[in-house]
Ligand binder design. Sequence first.
Ligand SMILES: Nc1ncnc2c1ncn2[C@@H]1O[C@H](COP(=O)(O)OP(=O)(O)O)[C@@H](O)[C@H]1O
Ligand SMILES: [Mg+2]
Length: 579
Amino acid sequence: MTTATVTRVTGTLAEARPLREAGLYELVRVGARGLLGEIIRFKDEIATLQIYEDTTGLAVGAPVIATGAPLTVTLGPGLLGAMLDGVGRPLARLAAASGDFIAPGASAPTLDPARRWAFTATAALGAAVRGGDVLGTVEEQPGFVHRVLVPPGVEGALAALASGDYTVDEPIGRLADGTALTLAQRWPLRRPRPVAERLPADRPVVTGQRVFDLLFPLAEGGAVAVPGGFGTGKTVIEHGLARHADADVVVFVGCGERGNEIAEVVQEFPRLIDPKNGRPVMERTVLVVNTSNMPVVAREASVYLGVTIAEYYRDQGYRVAVMVDSLSRWAEALRDIAARLQEMPGEEGYPTHLASRLGQLYERAGRATAAGAPTRTGAVSLVCAVSPPGGDFSEPVTQASLRVAGGMWALDASLARKRQFPAVDWALSYSLYTDATAAWFADAAGLDWAAVRTRVLALLQRDAELREIAGLLGHEALQDRDRVVIDVARMLHEHLLGQSAYDPIDAACPVAKTGRMAALAVAALDAALAAVERGATIDELELPALRRAYVALRAAPPDAIAARAADVERAIAALEVRR
Ligand SMILES: Nc1ncnc2c1ncn2[C@@H]1O[C@H](COP(=O)(O)OP(=O)(O)O)[C@@H](O)[C@H]1O
Ligand SMILES: [Mg+2]
């Protein structure tokens, strides 16, 4: 531990000297209240400190203690269901200890130190263990097995290990060299946790959103950016994924888009019920929220905190989805810090290292074989909302995200204004995971997913062309076969790609239903075009009946899908026989 003195304070940045022994990103405690901070720059023996708390009252001459360790998070049972602030302090216990607001300098351990967990030892005494090996298990939430791992970098012969009730800090065993083993372990949040082997994507994270699963899938271990202007539905998408995506664990990082948004998250999440098993969503969720009374710079750390927790559950062999809402607020924190450090600004005032920082963050997504035995495979998938000012995608954060993300779900303000939700611009959006996930989808849906997807995209493309022609030359310029395309495409836009987050049945769509609806839309198009080819006029076709049947299929609960799909098939057959 090194001590120094504050020589300058500007907002949430301070300078301290002399700090010779300390390292970059070392954790510091500043002033009499022990405000939490990190060393973010060194110049000779002067360190620049980024302080994560309200610095009101902090003055030159205040003491600084460098702790000798980087900003770390304690990982262990009790994370699931927790709501943490940007540096890992539990909101509930902090509020209980210090009233509604987090008192500056308050320290509260991430995990409840008093709670006891029933630990079942599985590793054999005398065995040589190393980082990542499973020592035993704890039932962290009803039905959720938390695997207690040897911390990365630790190895030796297992001299003692016993099942029993333990707090997170009590030794559950020890190595021959005396190293104590506990349920919890610490990890510096800016450093990726090691894995045995990174694996290519081979299956999707099913989102339950037809437009994403069908056209722009998210791979397990993949990362997508969701850029969209104000009110285009980013938060609704992120919340929907937290609830419906088929992940074992969800980490939601709220970076406070609007004033009351974080309060909404904190109130809303505990009420959400997982439709798949009727259990509270919070049982498999970790919320990281940046409260309004913490400075902007704390957002910078919160995103790393979220991915570190995600990697910890990945290492246990789980499929983890991380939602960040929104990364633009995180980037603004970087900009704030860079400005105050008087670094040479890059584009629009963002630091020149914005792109590389974003790259490092997105790289923490991935599928991997975990280190240690027995063999486990896990994944961290990342969905980051981006809020470009004025909805202008040419701005630096959106552009930098696109260079590193494997997919983009571009949200369009004009669709949102028309209340076409999710307001996905299908022409601008993309996913690099379509090939890697197509076989899985085809298997789950029992149809040629890639072929159906290609047909749907072609129909959307043709529809856009035709509507452009109609816009230039008038609707009369179109022939009946073009009008058929436009009619079926409208059905597709409204009822296949469109999905209401507030409809209990439609909020999440099973893969098989998505595939069936897409294939039926394509079959309907073919049948209607064939009928026109044989001489039918568009008015003779029973397209309204088809649409009614399709709308009923969209609204069908799981046990009625087969019957409603059969109705659509009959409506398609009726198109064919019409003359
Ligand atoms: N999938 C959806 N279904 C129904 N309504 C939606 C959907 N997505 C967005 N909306 C509507 O749009 C509003 C704004 O969405 P929100 O996610 O808060 O936007 P953003 O986070 O991009 O600012 C929501 O309050 C809701 O009324
Ligand atoms: Mg939002």
